[in-house]
Design a protein around this ligand. Structure first.
Ligand SMILES: [Zn+2]
Ligand SMILES: [Zn+2]
Length: 537
């Protein structure tokens, strides 16, 4: 059999692994490529998935970097079943609709801009709400530990990955020519002792393991203090009559926040007269799904539910679905907790709450998730004095809290611990779902401490999997992608333009002052860009 890495190879996003046996062709995950423009271009290249030739998909969990391209493959000819756990099935449906909505709005905005500039408006969304709806009918759900056979000679089993609700580690048994080969896909491995979620199941055997490595080079800090820090933030703004703003991803992090507030309430640390608003239609829908699947949560949570309580509810919790309800929060005087999306403050309603509160001394903003480079969240966390929201510079006078202990991913130590439990000494490990530096660190650690053979596959790489045999690569990656660039012409042209400007220095100095300043700024900007390139090379 062979495997092709169509994403999450030397990158975190775009998780998709296509496996071809003598009887079937299927894929584990169908994630969206996210990050910079170069990576996002891959989303448009759906042909290389050959969707019409895929018999079925297995989805490890609902996160968009694992499920986000399903509408596109369906639109392009895939019509087989999509296997997932029950909560994943439900979460995927709402997340894909939300993703499609974002794609549609983005295309519309871009087209309007083009029209204003007198250019042709021909941007179409990656996929539409209708495309997302078409996925729902293909989803077939399974529970954990319930082996099923999606095709002849193939058996699949989901185990709890402890990452988000319904997240699975996938065990795949493939029979070819009388021998059975076992593949294990870790999906995203959860952090142990996470609120609500069970710890990831230890798997003991595999011939080939495909393991995530997001935190391959670091551990999480301050897991124990997280609840205490949240209390501190609440206390700080409650005593000053100001609001506590919590940007949080709609799935998992939001529910973890509600759970944390429930725990603080139990400890008598949550003021009874402090309203809590959940201000995100998607997060509200996700919370309903979480409430429906307590059986997928850890023992502590199930105990709480058994005692007739709901750890995702509070007496003072209010859902605001409509825009009017959302706006009313900002008109309201006094302290309140507002949980809203997006988690990195780059989209969604959270931007309105930040605009209304960031400049207020006494207010607080609590970051509880990863803040990617280039997002407003990252800038605020890094200590920006002001931030641009809706074309307005907002001063930052609120107190900023960054709580690191809420990650849904295992850190380096926990990844190693999980790996240590494998008893198959001949197992070959492929590291996926991680940045190369994190992967290289983890790979050396694995080789040194456990002695497994480790490979870090590249995007589009294709490999033959044969137990006991040396790893054999069929195809060098990037063949289609290798850019053809005539560097001499390019650099020559740039040089010529600089000489041209030099020759006209006199003309430039005779221009009006405002024009000269404009030119100076443009040149300085160009200079900075060239500096960036210099750093790269
Ligand atoms: Zn995930
Ligand atoms: Zn992921």
């Amino acid at each position: 059999m062979k495997i092709k890495f169509l994403g999450a190879a030397r990158a975190v996003t775009g998780s998709c692994f296509v496996i071809e046996t003598d009887k079937a062709r299927f894929a584990v995950d169908c994630g969206m490529h996210q990050g910079n423009a170069q990576i996002e271009k891959r989303n448009w290249n759906v042909k290389i998935y050959e969707p019409e030739k895929i018999d079925f998909f297995i989805i490890t969990h609902a996160h968009i970097d694992h499920s986000g391209l399903l509408p596109l493959v369906v639109k392009n000819g895939f019509h087989g079943p999509v296997y997932a756990t029950e909560p994943t099935g439900d979460l995927v449906k709402i997340l894909l609709l939300d993703s499609a909505h974002i794609q549609e709005v983005e295309a519309l905005t871009k087209n309007k801009k083009m029209q204003r500039w007198g250019k042709s408006a021909d941007t179409s969304p990656l996929y539409t709400i209708k495309d997302a709806e078409a996925v729902a009918g293909l989803i077939k759900t399974k529970t954990y530990n319930n082996m099923f056979s999606p095709a002849e000679g193939i058996k699949v089993n989901f185990q709890d990955a402890g990452h988000i609700l319904g997240a699975a580690i996938v065990e795949i048994f493939i029979e070819e020519n009388g021998t059975t080969t076992k593949l294990v896909f870790s999906g995203d491995i959860g952090r142990r002792h996470q609120l609500m979620m069970e710890d990831p199941v230890f798997i003991e055997t595999a011939d080939f393991l495909f393991m995530e490595s997001t935190y391959g080079d670091r551990n999480h800090k301050g897991e124990e203090e997280s609840l205490e820090e949240l209390f501190e933030a609440i206390n700080y703004s409650y005593s000053r009559g100001e609001k506590i703003i919590i940007p949080a991803f709609a799935v998992e992090r939001t529910q973890e926040m509600l759970y944390s507030l429930y725990l603080l309430d139990k400890q008598g640390k949550l003021p009874k007269d402090l309203p809590v608003f959940l201000d995100s239609p998607l997060a509200i829908k996700a919370t309903e799904i979480f409430r429906a699947y307590h059986t997928y949560m850890d023992r502590e949570t199930r105990e709480i539910v058994k005692n007739g309580e709901d750890p995702l509810d509070l007496p003072q919790l209010q859902f605001s679905s409509t825009t009017e309800q959302s706006m009313r929060i900002n008109e309201m005087k006094g302290s309140a907790i507002v949980i809203s999306a997006s988690g990195m403050a780059n989209a969604g309603r959270i931007r309105h709450h930040l605009r209304h509160n960031l400049w207020r001394p006494g207010a607080s903003v609590v970051f509880v998730g990863y803040q990617a480079e280039g997002t407003p969240g990252r800038a605020i966390v890094e200590g920006a004095k002001k931030i641009r929201i809706f074309n307005e510079d907002i001063a930052i006078k609120a107190k900023i809290f960054t709580i690191g202990g809420f990650s849904a991913h295992a850190g380096q130590n926990q990844l190693m611990e999980w790996l240590h439990n494998f008893k198959s000494r001949q197992m070959k490990v492929f590291l996926v779902h991680g940045e190369l530096t994190a992967q290289e660190t983890l790979a050396s650690l694995i080789r040194e401490k456990i002695g497994f053979e480790v490979t870090i596959p590249e995007y589009l790489e294709e490999i033959i999997l044969q137990p006991g045999a040396k790893i054999q690569e069929i195809k060098k990656p990037f063949e289609e992608e290798k850019p053809r660039i005539d560097w001499d012409t390019l650099l020559g042209a740039l040089e010529a333009k600089i000489s041209y400007l030099k020759e006209r220095k006199k003309t430039i100095t005779s221009l009006p002052v405002s024009k000269q300043i404009e030119i100076r700024d443009a040149l300085q900007e160009a200079d900075t860009r060239v500096d960036d390139i210099k750093t790269d090379v």
